[in-house]
Ligand binder design. Structure first.
Ligand SMILES: [Zn+2]
Length: 412
């Protein structure tokens, strides 16, 4: 029972339609609890209703459609499919939306063929995954998982509008956030299809990949304090150059993270003071982002990096201060769902690639309340969070077919 040609065709049309709903006339930006979030939810809700679904919206602004189970079914839980409808600033049109609309295409295909499954099928468009407006990720899926951090409600956006006020303007209520939580007993599985955001599938020449796990991450902020001085008068052996020390630290990160597949380390931001061409830098701040599918490997490597950086700084008479700003454990995809996804890929005669996700996704938050699985769809050159993000129609259809087959496998 594949995704029907009519439903498949609508995936790309609808992605293009959603891409027109933007806070900016020049590019795609759609943040949580804005007028554009309201418009996107209403549009998606109308499509869900057309596909025979009952639609609800929860207090954080997640939109959820439910396609009821077969009447004689005794199953009380549902299979939930989805992704997010918010974007970063100046975004691509597929990140998030492809997952929601592929899920919708699966339900539309069932509806067109008058088919009901033993499980109800729910489609969710999460309100906020990117966290652009309030610098907090997974607001939508965390609320659904009952793990919402209420401290975020009083945070202000750039215009000074708190999340509480934004939700009121949006038409929901921060007081009701707890009611967004879904009972784990009501969920049989959560499946998310997403663009890969990396080059592995393109290199492997295959349209759809199966995600094994979502990598854990450690983010550190490093402050190095040396001593600023004149670039012409202080001899090299008497310097306490914080930027030269940082350069060594950065190569320590790169070396330690280059030894194992699935382990990555990045220094993405650096700031040197006083920041003049003729002054020895006395203060440097830089970020470190380390991710791995294995938590023990990540923790061991972070410890090694910290030790090596500390000894470099000691030998250079530089003070080092290390702040751990983010720590997230890795999330394994459910073994049975992975198996169902792999056999769905195999049934379509695609080469099977199973890979970890280096990026975070709503599935990581949903793993607290349901077995989760993820499919990746190939995207051009691995580009994402950028207007050049690109997915072919054929690959989008392939992704939806594998998602549909996975749902059917889960019902067997
Ligand atoms: Zn995304």
């Amino acid at each position: 029972m594949p995704v029907t040609p009519a439903a498949a065709k609508r995936i790309m049309d609808r992605i293009d339609e959603l891409a027109k709903i933007s806070e900016s006339p020049d590019c795609l930006t759609r943040r949580v609890a804005t007028r554009e979030h309201r418009m996107a939810n209403d549009l998606v809700a109308s499509w869900m209703k057309d596909a025979g679904m009952q639609v609800r919206e929860d207090a954080i602004g997640n939109v959820v459609g439910r396609y009821a189970a077969a009447e004689r079914s005794t199953k009380t839980s549902s299979i939930m499919l989805g992704s997010h409808l918010d974007t970063v600033i100046n975004a691509g049109r597929y990140d998030g939306m492809l997952g929601v609309l592929s899920a919708l295409a699966c339900v539309e295909s069932l509806h067109e063929q008058n088919m009901r499954l033993p499980y109800a099928v729910e489609v969710v468009g999460f309100a906020d995954e990117e966290g652009v407006r309030y610098q907090s990720t997974y607001l939508g899926s965390r609320a659904m998982a009952g793990r919402f951090n209420k401290l975020v409600l009083s945070r202000e956006d750039e215009q000074g509008i708190t999340l509480t006020d934004a939700l009121t303007q949006f038409g929901t209520s921060a007081d009701e956030i707890d009611s967004a939580a879904v009972n784990p007993d009501d969920l049989h599985a959560y499946l998310e299809l997403h663009i890969e955001q990396g080059p592995v599938l393109e290199n492997g020449n295959t349209p759809v990949g199966v995600v094994s796990s979502i990598s854990g991450a450690t983010r550190l902020m490093i402050n190095l304090t040396g001593y600023a001085g004149h670039a012409g008068t202080v001899p090299m052996n008497l310097r306490r150059d914080a930027l030269a020390a940082a350069a060594q630290c950065i190569s320590i990160v790169e070396r330690n993270c280059s030894t194992e597949a699935g382990l990555v380390g990045t220094v993405g931001r650096i700031n040197a003071k006083p920041g003049a061409g003729n002054v020895i830098p006395g203060d440097v701040q830089f970020s470190i982002d380390i991710r791995a599918a294995s938590d023990s490997l990540r923790v061991e490597r972070v410890n090694t990096i910290v030790e090596e950086m500390s000894s470099v700084c000691a030998s250079r008479n530089i003070e080092i201060d290390i702040e751990n700003v983010h720590e997230a454990a890795s999330v394994n995809c459910d073994a049975l769902i992975v198996k169902h996804m792999q056999s769905a890929v195999a049934s379509m005669n695609y080469d099977l690639i199973t890979l970890p996700s280096g990026a975070g996704h709503d599935a990581a938050a949903m793993a607290d309340i349901a077995p989760v699985g993820m499919l990746f769809v190939r995207c051009r050159e691995g580009i994402s969070h950028h207007p050049d993000e690109s997915v072919t129609e054929d690959d989008a259809i392939s992704g939806a077919q594998v998602l549909m087959q996975t749902v059917l496998n889960l019902c067997d």
